[in-house]
Write a protein that binds this ligand. Structure first.
Ligand SMILES: Cc1ncc(COP(=O)(O)O)c(C=O)c1O
Length: 427
């Protein structure tokens, strides 16, 4: 049994790093050692493997021109499918239930246009009032397209405190007139994980289809979409999956829905053997590939080849284990070191928390600016939220310790006061 120093010392953090089974992966990322990056929940960092796979794909363009679609190390024509298979283990799905395609928002449009089939009394969509705005805009526009007034047909479950949702409240809203439910797996602010298994089972008992936005859980938390019997899901790959800015997103469609016609079809919805027959009658792929639309953005997919190889080696269970330790450690330090400075931890303290912490302070906007000046990169959410995401693959316990020391220094010396307490254009 190693002898550990007091939990509040830097030595303790260093001891945790010394026994961290994932520590070696940090060397694979481009890390500015003069700064502490805690924004992997918005944009993950570049790894050398992701860089190499992007270069490989560029090279195949150089070498093969049009033939790069079927030749080279990573033939482009099959990348969406082959990477979907690789990502399936992150969501607990069969390979053919996942496809790498589109963006989070376009995938939501695709899935709602495929799964929202209002019939009789069932004409409403259920969501929540804390969801990311893009999802709500998409749901409202889909209702508009079908001739429904979103004011009446989009039901948004209320939160008691503006941070968390109660599963009971969501289930209470699963009424007879609900046709479809779309919820986040992890709330983008408070980081609360919703009980997807329970919600799915409750929805199905009431004959309602249900899908989840996994943007804040993918690559950070294990999922069992098949076991839970979720109907569909969608997620981005630029946060915890480290695919780069605007990297191509992904979606899951439960095998039991294979054969359902895509609401938004295009020639990449085709069965691949038929695609180049150029017929005007679509023969959709027999799997999740049917929910693609047009030509994939190959250079925005390519980094995922390298990045997903890292996940396959590190293992999502190990990632979750370390992530919980990092955030637990950070909360312990916040409570001990910052008790004089009116911070409130708003994420769930228990294991219903995702991979980031959400703390609030009235001066949050300018505290974030002061942190950046000290080379600590947080993420501000208006009006008074600070998200801190120590990422299991590349952050260390020592960085967590240093971050809290910097925060304490900023508060003690009132360094934040020289900034305006308002957000920048991109927060
Ligand atoms: C939870 C959630 N949903 C949807 C989106 C929108 O994603 P995109 O802009 O890639 O469509 C985001 C973006 O950060 C998000 O965090």
């Amino acid at each position: 049994m190693p002898c550990f120093d007091s939990v509040y010392t830097k030595e303790y953090a260093q001891q945790l790093d010394a026994v961290d089974p994932l520590a070696r992966f940090r060397n694979e990322f481009y890390i500015d050692e003069d700064s502490i990056y805690l924004d992997g929940n918005s944009l993950g960092l570049l790894s050398t493997r992701a860089e190499q796979s992007l270069l490989d794909v560029l090279d195949s363009w150089k070498q093969y021109g049009i033939d790069g679609w079927t030749k080279g190390k990573h033939p482009w024509f099959y990348l969406s499918e082959s990477l979907g298979e690789k990502m399936a283990s992150l969501v607990g799905a069969k390979g053919e239930e996942v496809i790498v395609t589109g963006s989070t928002t376009t995938n939501l449009h695709q899935l709602v246009s495929s799964f929202f089939r209002p019939e009789g009394k069932k004409t409403k969509i259920l969501a929540d009032e804390l969801n990311f705005p893009s999802d709500i805009y998409a749901l409202k526009s889909q209702l508009h397209l079908q001739g429904f007034d979103p004011e009446e047909h989009l039901i948004q479950v209320k939160s008691d405190n503006g941070h968390l949702l109660n599963e009971e409240d969501i289930i209470a809203e699963m009424k007879e007139d609900i046709a479809l439910i779309v919820l986040p797996s992890v709330l983008y602010r408070s980081g609360q994980i919703l009980d997807m298994e329970r919600l799915t089972s409750a929805a199905h008992q009431r004959n309602i289809l249900i899908g989840f936005d996994l943007c804040h859980s993918i690559g950070a938390i294990p999922h069992q979409l098949r076991k839970w019997d979720v109907d569909f899901a969608f997620w981005c790959t630029y946060k915890h999956v480290n695919g780069g800015p605007g990297s191509v997103a992904a979606l899951f469609v439960n095998e039991k829905h294979f054969g359902r016609r895509p609401g938004l079809a295009g020639w990449f919805s085709s069965n691949k053997q038929k695609q180049f027959d150029m017929e005007h009658t679509l023969t959709p792929a027999e799997h999740a590939g049917a929910f693609q639309i047009g030509t994939p953005h190959i250079f925005s997919i390519a980094p995922l080849i390298g990045s997903l190889a890292i996940f396959a080696e590190a293992g999502i269970e190990q990632i979750r284990k370390k992530s919980l330790k990092l955030t637990d450690y950070m909360m312990t330090l916040i409570e001990h070191e910052l008790s004089d400075y009116q911070f409130t931890i708003q994420n769930p303290r228990d294991e219903r928390r995702g991979a980031h912490l959400y703390i609030e302070h009235d001066e949050a906007a300018r505290i974030c600016k002061a942190l950046k000046e000290e080379n600590v990169i947080p993420d501000f959410r208006s009006p008074k939220g600070i998200r801190l995401a120590p990422v299991a693959l590349y952050n260390t316990f020592e960085e967590v310790w240093n971050t809290i020391q910097v925060l304490k220094f900023i508060m003690k010396e009132e360094r934040y006061k020289k900034f305006k307490n308002e957000r920048d254009v991109v927060a």
